[in-house]
Design a protein around this ligand. Structure first.
Ligand SMILES: Nc1ncnc2c1ncn2[C@@H]1O[C@H](COP(=O)(O)OP(=O)(O)OP(=O)(O)O)[C@@H](O)[C@H]1O
Ligand SMILES: [Mg+2]
Length: 328
């Protein structure tokens, strides 16, 4: 659960690459991403829009569009997910690994009641649940503190607010006690007080069920509040990782430093990542060097000619920046 734990990780991702383009015209959305998540860990993934966060998550559950080409290893609980066939993967998806999608407004089917949709999820559980599943669904909604759960199960998605729908999705994602719950921007569409409640709900699920979380967000405030560890992505690559408190106290990568420096009020609710001078690079025009070099105030000539290597800078801490090479 904490950084430094030595047991085999629940999830181990090694050299993951996702290309949406072709060899001739690559769109490298994720490049050489390696990281791990231990049981009960809450790991945050942050980075500007287009940095590859959703692609990374979707690759983990093998739900990318067909044209996407994936390389690298994804080991979950000792099994290599990239080598499973579609039916074996379906057995893992929605049971051991569940995902809450970026857009809660479209994730529920408008034609079915909340109760119908929850019962359908519950029916897939193994071993089968006993007793009336609608009662279980109501109890699950109560656990995520949704008001009037008996009424909600009879309602259709359009009769619920955005925050209510998000709670339903969280209840469904947690229904089968997954070992890993991937949440892609789960609070972006919600107002600040509901955001806070959703984060507390995640922590409650982790504490109650031992579920590990991969929490993707633009909102560094959310990460600071609940994540044990934080991964920062830039242009498809992981640029820094560390225990959250340390990473926020002493960011090492110039990009992480710029992100944090651009957020003077980190304890306030609304935190955006839009104020770093310069543009996020076009993935089809990346050069040989560090993608952040054109925006980096400390770039060296070598930064534009080759990729930085991973440098370990302390327990659970690593950074990809030429400034650190030779100093570790
Ligand atoms: N289906 C697709 N086909 C081609 N390119 C894609 C596709 N999906 C994503 N991309 C590109 O891959 C890159 C990474 O996109 P992704 O959605 O993973 O980023 P993100 O970090 O989740 O962004 P956001 O914060 O806006 O959700 C972007 O440049 C995007 O344009
Ligand atoms: Mg995204």
């Amino acid at each position: 659960m904490n950084p430094g734990t030595t047991s085999a990780p629940l999830l181990s991702v090694q050299g993951l690459c996702v290309n949406y383009g072709t060899d001739a015209q690559p769109i490298p959305a994720v490049t050489d991403a390696s990281f791990s998540v231990s049981a009960g860990d809450i790991v945050g993934v942050a980075g500007e829009s287009g940095s590859g966060k959703s692609t990374l998550c979707t690759a983990l559950i093998r739900s990318l569009p067909h044209k996407a080409r994936v390389r690298g290893k994804i080991i979950f609980d000792g099994r290599s997910l990239t080598e499973l066939d579609a039916s074996e993967m379906r057995g893992i998806r929605g049971k051991d690994i569940t995902m809450i999608l970026q857009n809660p407004m479209t994730a529920l089917d408008p034609l079915f009641t909340i109760g119908n949709q929850m019962v359908e999820v519950l029916q897939r559980q193994r071993p089968p649940l006993t007793g009336p599943l609608i009662k279980t669904a109501i109890e699950m909604l109560r656990r995520v503190h949704l008001s009037a759960p008996e009424l909600r199960v009879t309602q259709y998605p359009h009769q619920l607010s955005g925050g209510m729908k998000q709670r339903v999705l969280i209840a469904m994602a947690a229904a089968c006690s997954p070992r890993l719950l991937i949440a892609d921007e789960p609070t972006t569409a919600l107002d600040a007080t509901i955001q806070e409640e959703v984060l507390l709900l995640f922590r409650d699920i982790r504490d109650r069920l031992g579920t590990a979380f991969l929490l993707v967000t633009h909102d560094l405030g959310s990460i600071k509040r609940i994540c044990d560890r934080t991964i920062i992505m830039y242009a498809g690559r992981i640029v820094e990782e560390g225990p959250t408190a340390e990473l926020f106290r002493a960011p090492q990568h110039p990009y992480t430093q710029a992100l944090l420096a651009s957020l003077p009020h980190l304890d306030e609710d609304e935190i955006s990542m839009s104020s770093i001078p310069g543009q996020v690079p076009n993935l089809t025009q990346l050069g040989a060097g560090c993608a952040f070099a054109p925006r980096c105030t400390r770039a060296l000539p070598a930064c534009t000619t080759r990729q930085p290597r991973e440098v370990s800078t302390g327990p659970g801490r690593r950074v990809f920046c030429l400034q650190f090479e030779g100093t570790a």
